[in-house]
Write a protein of this length. Sequence first.
Length: 121
Amino acid sequence: MRRRFRGCGCGPLLNTEVLSPAILLALSRKPGYGYGLFGELKALGVEVPGCHPSVLYRMLRMLEMEGLLASFWDTEGSGPARRVYVLTEQGRSFLREWSRKAREKVAVIEKLIEEIEKGGV
Protein backbone atom coordinates (compact mmCIF):
# COMPACT_ATOMS: atom_id res chain seq x y z
CA MET A 1 0.00 0.00 0.00
CA ARG A 2 1.43 3.34 -1.02
CA ARG A 3 1.28 6.04 1.63
CA ARG A 4 0.00 9.36 0.49
CA PHE A 5 1.22 11.34 3.51
CA ARG A 6 4.66 11.17 5.05
CA GLY A 7 5.67 11.47 8.68
CA CYS A 8 3.32 12.33 11.49
CA GLY A 9 1.58 15.11 9.60
CA CYS A 10 3.02 17.81 11.84
CA GLY A 11 5.08 19.42 9.08
CA PRO A 12 2.23 20.92 7.04
CA LEU A 13 1.09 22.91 10.06
CA LEU A 14 4.15 25.09 9.60
CA ASN A 15 3.28 26.52 6.23
CA THR A 16 2.46 30.03 5.11
CA GLU A 17 -0.83 29.74 6.98
CA VAL A 18 1.17 29.83 10.22
CA LEU A 19 4.53 31.27 9.22
CA SER A 20 3.15 34.47 7.68
CA PRO A 21 1.14 35.46 10.77
CA ALA A 22 4.12 34.55 12.98
CA ILE A 23 6.32 36.91 10.96
CA LEU A 24 3.69 39.65 11.17
CA LEU A 25 3.28 39.13 14.91
CA ALA A 26 7.03 39.33 15.49
CA LEU A 27 7.15 42.56 13.50
CA SER A 28 4.15 43.96 15.39
CA ARG A 29 6.32 43.95 18.50
CA LYS A 30 9.22 45.78 16.91
CA PRO A 31 10.59 46.44 13.43
CA GLY A 32 13.11 43.88 12.27
CA TYR A 33 15.23 42.60 9.44
CA GLY A 34 15.20 39.25 7.69
CA TYR A 35 17.89 37.24 9.40
CA GLY A 36 17.07 38.70 12.82
CA LEU A 37 13.54 37.31 12.54
CA PHE A 38 14.74 33.72 12.95
CA GLY A 39 15.30 34.36 16.68
CA GLU A 40 11.97 36.16 17.03
CA LEU A 41 10.14 33.27 15.37
CA LYS A 42 11.90 30.76 17.61
CA ALA A 43 10.82 32.78 20.67
CA LEU A 44 7.22 32.45 19.43
CA GLY A 45 7.64 28.68 19.23
CA VAL A 46 7.85 28.71 15.44
CA GLU A 47 11.11 27.04 14.56
CA VAL A 48 12.11 26.86 10.95
CA PRO A 49 15.06 24.47 11.09
CA GLY A 50 14.95 23.47 7.43
CA CYS A 51 14.11 26.96 6.28
CA HIS A 52 16.82 28.52 4.16
CA PRO A 53 17.09 32.27 4.84
CA SER A 54 16.09 32.96 1.24
CA VAL A 55 12.64 31.48 1.98
CA LEU A 56 12.12 33.96 4.79
CA TYR A 57 13.29 36.86 2.61
CA ARG A 58 10.87 35.84 -0.15
CA MET A 59 8.03 35.71 2.34
CA LEU A 60 8.92 39.16 3.64
CA ARG A 61 8.88 40.58 0.12
CA MET A 62 5.54 38.84 -0.60
CA LEU A 63 4.02 40.26 2.60
CA GLU A 64 5.30 43.68 1.63
CA MET A 65 3.82 43.40 -1.87
CA GLU A 66 0.47 42.50 -0.27
CA GLY A 67 0.67 45.70 1.79
CA LEU A 68 0.97 43.91 5.14
CA LEU A 69 4.53 45.16 5.68
CA ALA A 70 6.53 48.21 4.70
CA SER A 71 10.31 48.43 4.61
CA PHE A 72 13.13 50.93 4.65
CA TRP A 73 16.90 50.70 4.39
CA ASP A 74 18.87 51.13 7.62
CA THR A 75 22.26 52.51 6.62
CA GLU A 76 23.41 53.44 10.13
CA GLY A 77 26.02 51.45 11.97
CA SER A 78 28.80 49.32 10.63
CA GLY A 79 28.34 46.76 7.92
CA PRO A 80 26.07 46.69 4.93
CA ALA A 81 22.66 48.37 4.86
CA ARG A 82 19.77 46.26 6.12
CA ARG A 83 16.19 46.27 4.91
CA VAL A 84 14.06 46.80 8.01
CA TYR A 85 10.44 45.67 7.96
CA VAL A 86 7.55 47.22 9.88
CA LEU A 87 3.96 46.10 10.19
CA THR A 88 1.39 48.27 8.42
CA GLU A 89 -2.15 49.00 9.59
CA GLN A 90 -3.34 46.57 6.93
CA GLY A 91 -1.02 43.98 8.49
CA ARG A 92 -2.56 44.62 11.91
CA SER A 93 -6.05 44.12 10.46
CA PHE A 94 -4.89 40.91 8.80
CA LEU A 95 -3.57 39.59 12.13
CA ARG A 96 -6.85 40.34 13.91
CA GLU A 97 -8.85 38.57 11.19
CA TRP A 98 -6.39 35.66 11.05
CA SER A 99 -6.69 35.25 14.83
CA ARG A 100 -10.48 35.04 14.59
CA LYS A 101 -10.37 32.45 11.81
CA ALA A 102 -7.59 30.45 13.48
CA ARG A 103 -9.63 30.22 16.67
CA GLU A 104 -12.45 28.61 14.63
CA LYS A 105 -10.00 26.12 13.09
CA VAL A 106 -8.54 25.29 16.50
CA ALA A 107 -12.04 24.38 17.72
CA VAL A 108 -12.43 21.96 14.81
CA ILE A 109 -8.97 20.46 15.39
CA GLU A 110 -9.70 20.02 19.11
CA LYS A 111 -12.96 18.26 18.25
CA LEU A 112 -11.14 15.91 15.86
CA ILE A 113 -8.50 15.10 18.47
CA GLU A 114 -11.20 14.45 21.06
CA GLU A 115 -13.03 12.08 18.71
CA ILE A 116 -9.82 10.25 17.76
CA GLU A 117 -8.89 9.79 21.40
CA LYS A 118 -12.39 8.59 22.31
CA GLY A 119 -12.31 6.07 19.50
CA GLY A 120 -9.05 4.57 20.71
CA VAL A 121 -7.29 5.09 17.41
